[in-house]
Design a protein around this ligand. Sequence first.
Ligand SMILES: C[S@@+](CC[C@H](N)C(=O)[O-])C[C@H]1O[C@@H](n2cnc3c(N)ncnc32)[C@H](O)[C@@H]1O
Length: 295
Amino acid sequence: MNPQLLLFENDSLSEDGFRLSGALKHQINQKQSRSRDCLLQELVEFSEFGGRTAVSSSAASQIPILTNEFWTAKQRAASSLHEVSYRACFKPQLPRFFIDRLTEPGATVYDPFMGRGTTVIESALLGRKPLGCDVNPLSRRLVEPRLSPPSLESVYERLLNLELTCSDELPSELGVFYHPETLAEICSLRRYLIERQESGEIDNIDNWIRMVAVNRLTGHSPGFFSVYTMPPNQAVSVQSQIKINERRNQVPPRRYVKEIILKKSKSLLADCTSDTRNDLSHVSSGAMLITRECF
Ligand SMILES: C[S@@+](CC[C@H](N)C(=O)[O-])C[C@H]1O[C@@H](n2cnc3c(N)ncnc32)[C@H](O)[C@@H]1O
């Protein structure tokens, strides 16, 4: 089983954190060993994708090793809400496989290394209460807005009314990543978001725009604000980017920040119906996402 995915039954967390009474611990242990036994049996008998499960063990451990195709890209497509770039993220089918089998709706699912939040989002979509933690402060910025997604129309309206002209001095060292006019738009958007945060006016539409913008800052394709470079959670230094530009003989092309944000919002929200929003609204207020402080 994936060691990153911890699942708790309803009410297994105490009010003040993770300390549990001896009696409660005993109940949970009993429940967990029952669900472990059921899961083991189900996995041994699993043959949904044609193959039979091979069962083996290693000399070093008494834990059985089960080998089969348990989840696959060919399974029904996952929600479009997941599609933010993050290196080494799960396919949503993986956490879904375990959440479905080991928890009931209303249970709490915790991912201590949530990254872009595949487990957190999938838990919420399945009506579970999501808890997540990550050392990377970007993680909460990327996950939280997708637990209460705004409508595409509201994102469009907000972008339409944004004046992205920056008269401040630009951080010229970032010119190795961005065309000067694109950089001016990014700086302007950043200033807008900081002002909204400081004035307390920031809302779920701004948070969504910030999430998409952060995720579009750097990457490989014209869907990002930058020239070809590494994605945000593998961002390279200015010195490394100078070398990448030389090697690829490239200069940062003009990219249009609002257009890119709108296009990405459209694809992220493609599967987000009013039912999805309604389902998410039942669990998003109880979600807890812990990261280091952001900007
Ligand atoms: C492979 S990614 C997880 C991706 C996640 N499963 C997803 O689908 O998005 C591993 C994550 O662990 C985080 N991480 C690494 N060390 C950590 C630590 N000591 N405490 C909390 N998070 C940590 C990293 O910031 C990274 O986001």
